[in-house]
Write a protein that binds this ligand. Structure first.
Ligand SMILES: Nc1nc2c(c(=O)[nH]1)N[C@H]1C(S)=C(S)[C@@H](COP(=O)(O)OP(=O)(O)OC[C@H]3O[C@@H](n4cnc5c(N)ncnc54)[C@H](O)[C@@H]3O)O[C@H]1N2
Ligand code: MOO
Length: 396
């Protein structure tokens, strides 16, 4: 049995980034760029007006109500280079190139138009006012985004503005999931006494898809060694990560551990000092990772968020692998007696983070309402309302 801390360290140690692929920019959100991206152009690439108004020499504005002659008009998209003479102004619009010579733009609201001239009410006008300079955002040749950046909508917007339309990113893992348990009936089927509807695959697929993992294959195996081995082997051949749900405890019909061993997977750890999710197994064979998740739905999902998701994130190049962790006051008293650290399904409220009713490992309803997991190490087995606790935010 390993501690939560040791288990997490092992996860990161054994989850090296996968190979690199080139993707179209529009399909790269939530991927991690694998190399520094160099700006092919400066942004802005020319001096731009940031206001509708008048481009002028700021030194010409020596008092309020100076009147300048309007020499020309500059609108966005204009591709001729314009000039402005001392004592004159150019009518200009947001995004338009600022005429050569002009040192400021005065916004329209601070002027009065008088036929072919304009009266400037602003005084003094500072040099550079309302002008976006060349390279103010990024200069040609500089690193636009460093390797390791997780691309967001803002990220792809920025790169599109630089005309970077393809990016090298770490590929996302293919995930195989084996569902075990003879008591399980698939959605839509009839259940008889002793049977339950299978829900872990639905839940885990949803969680994986939330992370942008789309290549997911799911197999079901009967509770016998041969079927379990065969299915795990098939999933191993075709995926980077293999998850198994159920069959990892000590019962006579729990075959996942034996099957993995017989397939030659090395066990990195089995059993973590935690509740729920004690019988978690993490193993590897070559570069491929195996997780045997306890069948209890809440145990399975806690293990997914705390261990599987960080491994997957690490495989696709993320450095921030674990759920975002914050310290928050707990909104009610909570205590436990066991030796294992606890993960509690919880909800973030205005008065702190509230442990929800239904902390048992079969209870998944509380997870349906949870947006956070409270982590209580065994040394913190008695917390009082208002005490600070470690909270892991569930991605939503
Ligand atoms: N003698 C012991 N018994 C158990 C121990 C132990 O240390 N000694 N550990 C308990 C703990 S803790 C857990 S967690 C479970 C884990 O057991 P398994 O991983 O072998 O899971 P199963 O027995 O297959 O199932 C447990 C539970 O979850 C339901 N289940 C399973 N798969 C699904 C699914 N896909 N969808 C919905 N529900 C599922 C299953 O019906 C069981 O109720 O072992 C304890 N026992
Ligand atoms: O570890 Mo089990 O997941 O507590 O029921």
């Amino acid at each position: 049995m390993v501690s939560v801390k040791e288990a997490k360290q092992k996860i990161i140690t054994y989850s090296e980034p996968l190979s690199i692929e080139t993707r179209n920019l529009s399909l790269s959100v939530d991927y991690v760029i694998a190399e520094d991206l160099i700006a092919p152009i400066s942004l802005p690439s020319f001096r731009q007006s940031s206001m509708d108004g008048y481009a002028l020499y700021h030194e010409d504005i020596t008092a309020t109500d100076i009147v300048l002659c309007i020499e020309a008009e500059a609108k966005a998209g204009e591709n001729k280079v314009q000039f402005v003479e001392r004592g004159n102004a150019v009518r200009i619009f947001t995004g338009a190139p600022v005429p050569e010579g002009a040192t400021a733009v005065v916004m329209q609201e601070h002027t009065t138009r008088e036929r072919d001239s304009v009266r400037i009410h602003e005084f003094p006008v500072t040099e550079g006012k309302n002008i976006r300079n060349i390279g103010q955002q990024i200069r040609q040749g500089d690193i636009a985004l460093p390797a390791g950046t997780l691309l967001s909508a803002g990220g792809v917007g920025f790169l599109a503005g630089l005309n970077i339309n393809q990016v090298n990113v770490y590929r996302k893992p293919k995930v195989g999931l084996l569902v075990t348990g003879d008591e399980l009936v698939e959605a839509g089927g009839e259940i008889s006494h002793g049977q339950i509807y299978e829900s872990n695959s639905v839940m885990l697929r949803a969680a994986l898809e939330r992370e942008g993992i789309t290549d997911i294959s799911i197999l079901h195996a009967k509770d016998n060694l041969e079927a379990t081995k065969e299915a795990l082997d098939l999933l191993y051949q075709n995926n980077d990560v293999v998850l198994a749900s159920g069959g990892i405890s000590v019962g006579d019909y729990d075959f996942v551990g034996t099957a993995l061993a017989e397939l030659g997977a090395e066990t990195i750890f089995y059993k973590v000092k935690q509740k729920p999710g004690k019988p978690l197994l993490f193993g590897k064979k070559g570069q491929k990772l195996f997780f045997a998740l306890p069948g209890n739905p809440a145990s399975s999902l806690v293990c997914y968020y705390e261990y599987v998701l960080p491994a997957i994130r690490s495989l696709y190049g993320r450095k921030d692998c674990f759920l975002k962790s914050v310290q928050m006051p707990v909104a009610s008293d909570y205590s436990f007696t066991g030796e294992r650290d606890e993960f509690l399904k919880a909800m973030v409220t205005e008065s702190g983070v509230l442990p929800l009713d239904g902390q048992e490992s079969f209870a998944i309803r509380s997870f349906a309402l949870a947006d956070a997991i409270i982590y209580l190490p065994s040394e913190q087995r008695e917390v009082k309302s208002g005490d600070l606790v470690e909270v892991h935010l569930i991605p939503r």
